[in-house]
Design a binder for this molecule. Structure first.
Ligand code: SAH
Length: 346
């Protein structure tokens, strides 16, 4: 039985008809799943009682909230338990104008980037479409507020699960009503996948985790970088912008004394010259296993200045949710589960 969450209105309509019901029940089902955030078909009181009882066990595809940590800045990290018992993390990030959800695309991650907590636990499996859509509904329900933005920056590498990620993007856009331009997919760069994504002509924003200004440094941080040399990655990104007409973001983690020297900024500016892109600097968020350090604000500002002088659009992301281990790179379900079980969770 395929869970219903993530299906479009025509697909839900076909499904109710298969069940011997009139087509208009598809519209009702759509409304109850996406607007009223029903957790089971049994709750849908506009359906005839007999049919509802028959369907009570049919999976909608909702997870359960296993644990919640609230950071002092209002960011909430959720541990969500999936139907097979796996646990993933999702983060809700509120500001006055926006509610952003940072969604996971995989349970764990196979990329094993040196500075990222998720990769330390290895890879378990891809998330299904409904498991991605559910994360957004869960945050929307819990905050009692409409979600405005989505970033695929939770656990996992989205371009290793492109099909389900793109079908979730469709559902978030058409079923929940989140503008495609308010959705960002962040990737470390998987060979051949960026050109493929370009053919999709999506209106979402692509963010590429560059993290280094040359191949040598990048290979030290990102094990997969060796198989996808920087010139090739950048060429694919340029072609992506040409084909989609969308601006692209480069993420660059700042690790003190490693890739945050003015020379690195110069090199980065050179690499991105004439490119319709934006650099998002992410000062490192500490994780236990490695002893990188976050640069001082002053060093961050010097890096910014070099880029600005070379006319590179740049912003700095001071991640939210640091004290709840909810910031970029700090997500790891298994460890969080242990601390919950030991009673030391927030
Ligand atoms: N797999 C995707 C999404 C990763 S999370 C990707 O690689 O893009 C989103 C961003 O946070 C990525 O740029 C990632 O490299 C960065 N990140 C990972 N660990 C981090 C850490 N400890 N501090 C700051 N940023 C980190």
């Amino acid at each position: 039985m395929t869970p219903l969450l993530g299906l479009s209105l025509p697909e839900l309509t076909a499904w109710v008809q298969q069940q011997g019901q009139p087509a208009y029940r598809g519209k009702q089902l759509h409304k109850w799943i996406y607007e009223k955030t029903a957790r089971s078909l049994g709750e849908i009181t506009v359906f005839p009682k007999q049919w509802r009882e028959k369907l009570a066990e049919y999976p909608l595809g909702r997870s359960t909230i296993y644990h919640k940590s609230v950071a002092t800045d209002g960011t909430i990290k959720y541990l969500l338990k999936l139907a097979d018992g796996q646990v993933i993390e999702t983060v809700g990030i509120p500001t006055e104008k926006r509610l952003t959800v940072c969604v996971s695309s995989q349970v764990g991650c196979p990329m094993a980037c040196d500075f990222c907590a998720t990769g330390k636990g290895g890879f378990i499996r891809n998330l299904a479409t409904h498991e991605i859509v559910d994360q957004v509904l869960t945050v929307q329900e819990d905050f009692q507020r409409r979600v405005s933005n989505i970033v695929f920056m939770g656990m996992g590498e989205p371009l290793l699960n492109t099909e389900n990620v793109l079908s979730a993007v469709r559902s978030l856009n058409q079923d929940i009503g989140i503008g495609q331009r308010s959705i960002t997919i962040s990737t470390v760069g998987i060979r051949d996948r960026i050109p493929k994504l370009a053919q999709h002509h999506g209106q979402f924003t692509l963010a590429v985790s560059l993290h280094a200004s040359n191949q040598h440094l990048r290979e030290k941080l990102i094990p997969s970088a060796g198989g996808y040399p920087l010139p090739e990655l950048i060429a694919d990104c340029r072609e992506y912008v040409k084909q989609t007409g969308r601006r692209l973001t480069f993420e660059y983690i700042l690790l003190s004394g490693f890739n945050d020297e003015p020379e690195h900024a110069e090199q980065l500016a050179q690499l991105l010259r004439g490119f319709q892109s934006h650099v998002n600097l992410i000062p490192y968020n500490p994780i236990q296993e490695v002893d990188f350090k976050r640069p001082t604000r002053q060093r961050v500002q010097s890096f910014v200045k070099v880029l600005e002088e070379r006319k590179i659009a740049v912003s700095v992301r001071y991640s939210r949710g640091l004290d709840a281990d909810a910031a970029c790179g700090q997500l790891r379900a298994s460890k969080a589960m242990n601390s919950v079980n030991n009673g030391v969770g927030a």
